[in-house]
Design a protein around this ligand. Structure first.
Ligand code: NAD
Length: 474
């Protein structure tokens, strides 16, 4: 095996300020809550101090959004589109800066931030910019109306991409927004606020309030918010569903997952191995639709496991800013503790744990890519969402057994099928209770394609024409 020379991306392109305020009504303002620090999870270095929005600050943001709603919703769709196209182009122009900042604050490999997150973020804005003047033809009748002020709360795994999924359709439909990024990854949302100013977006159309769960709850529960969009854990999703019940607010929830990646004995093994690796080790497994349960047909289980282990031994874990890195840092010490706890439980319950030999950096939050074999469906490692680089492998004999096992989960976000037979793909896709079913691929995203779950994975769809419905009064 060849050694790679280090290929570090420079961080000089981003100018990280020592402290950040809230973005309300087109201005950066101080927050009245106690500020918090955001760190680089790969080094534990403090990157910046960030304001916490109190209930009072959230109220100010919602009032700004309400005022701006009058202007923004009255604007012709073709005018709103110009702003969204402008934002999309600025994102492309500043994509290296955004990618570096995302990697520093989140811990994901720069290669992924640069080649996956940022192109998708820009594509999302371009896509919904295209819809802004065509809403009459979206299938919701003539002249569909926006809802008003959208309160949006997002997680830390794809900070800027989740922001794009929330803000682009909301604005295209004529709503204004108050968005709260996750407390461990607020920096790219604040850089996005700067981009809104650069695009001369009317003040108050986008407001960014930073802080933790309490700030999120203040956004969700504000009486003048008309629509709540949440991506995060099922636990918090449940709280939100309860708190907005009966309030008349429209809600979409994008929650957790425990996807099955099903490999049949006629699948192209090398291709499947790449798909399995991409399915669970992309973004350190911090992916709601990650293929965290591998279901392999028994006759090829041994061969596949061997190939998978060989492939895992070649993954490079380390400095996320190095362009050769495949696996970056776990986003926070709290998340690392959860991944460790669930992995220890996996072992204690009798599953066999394997990781390739790989040195973990001394500072920062790290977990090696891990496979569990000998897993039973009752094991927590097969049921709970680990949200880390941990794969649970199970086997099956017949297609019917594969379906039974794949659907044996409270979640229903995504699934993968690997087989040479087109008819089997369709047969499986019909039976798998998952919002997205990938065939001979995994983790493929496109702004034109709707995404969302069944059961405890939430409700509503984001992306595509379907994603407009969540932001229209229909
Ligand atoms: P989390 O639910 O703890 O936090 C998500 C966001 O909600 C954060 O911004 C947080 O500050 C905020 N929040 C926390 N408590 C709140 C409350 N009571 N009211 C309002 N907001 C509150 O989840 P997390 O640990 O940050 O993210 C990981 C989870 O997100 C995983 O379970 C994952 O599956 C899920 N996720 C789902 C999708 C999807 O599209 N379905 C995408 C990404 C992540």
């Amino acid at each position: 095996m060849f050694e790679y020379a280090p290929a570090p991306e420079s961080r000089d392109i981003v100018d990280i300020k020592p402290s950040y305020g809230l973005f309300i009504d087109g201005e950066f303002v101080d927050g009245t809550g106690a500020p918090f620090k955001t760190i680089n999870p790969a080094t534990e270095e403090t990157l910046a101090e960030v304001a916490t929005a109190s209930g009072e600050d959230v109220d100010r943001a919602v009032r700004a959004a309400r005022k701006a709603f009058g202007v923004w919703s009255a604007m012709p769709g073709s005018e709103r589109a110009k702003y969204l196209f402008r934002i999309a182009r600025i994102i492309q122009e500043r994509s290296r800066e955004l990618a570096v900042l995302e990697t520093l604050d989140n811990g994901k490999p720069i290669r992924e931030a640069r080649d996956v997150d940022l192109p998708l973020v820009a594509a999302h804005f371009f896509y919904y910019a295209g819809w802004a003047d065509k809403l009459d033809y979206a299938g919701y009748g003539p002249g569909p109306k926006p809802l008003g002020v959208a309160g949006q709360v997002i997680p830390w795994n794809f900070p800027l991409l989740m922001l794009a999924w929330k803000i682009a359709p909301a604005l295209a439909c004529g709503n204004t927004v108050v968005l709260k990024p996750a407390e461990t990854t607020p920096l790219t949302a604040l850089l996005f606020a700067e981009i809104c100013r650069q695009a001369e977006l009317p003040p108050g159309v986008v407001n960014i309030v930073t802080g933790a769960g309490e700030t999120g709850a203040a956004v969700v529960n504000h009486p003048d918010v008309n629509k709540v969009a949440f991506t995060g854990s099922t636990e918090v999703g449940r709280l939100i569903a309860r708190s907005v019940a009966g309030s008349g607010k429209k809600v979409t929830l994008e929650l957790g997952g425990k996807a099955a990646n099903v490999v049949f004995d006629d699948a192209a093994i090398d291709q499947a191995v790449e798909g399995i690796v991409n399915g669970i080790f992309f973004n350190q497994g911090h992916v709601c639709c990650a293929g965290s349960r591998l279901l392999v047909q028994e006759s090829i289980a041994e061969e596949l496991l061997e190939s998978l282990k060989r492939r895992l031994s070649l993954l490079r874990l380390g400095d996320p800013m190095d362009k050769n890195t495949d696996i970056g840092a776990i986003n926070s010490s709290a998340q690392l503790a959860r991944v460790r706890e669930l992995s220890d439980i996996g072992e204690a319950e009798g599953a066999e744990r394997w990781s390739p030999a790989c040195a973990l950096p001394e500072r920062g939050f790290w977990f090696p890519p891990t496979i569990f074999t000998g897993v039973a469906q009752s094991h927590r490692i097969a049921r709970d969402e680990v949200f880390g680089p941990v794969l649970a492998m199970l086997t099956f004999r017949t297609p019917a057994e594969a379906v039974e096992k794949a659907n044996n989960t409270p979640y229903g976000l995504s699934a993968g099928v690997w087989t040479e037979k087109g008819s089997r793909i369709l047969w499986m896709a019909d039976r798998l209770r998952a919002g997205v079913v990938w065939a001979n691929t995994f983790n493929k995203f496109d702004p034109a394609s709707p995404f969302g779950g069944y059961k405890e994975s939430g409700y509503g769809r984001e992306g595509g024409r379907h994603g407009l419905e969540a932001y229209l009064d229909v």
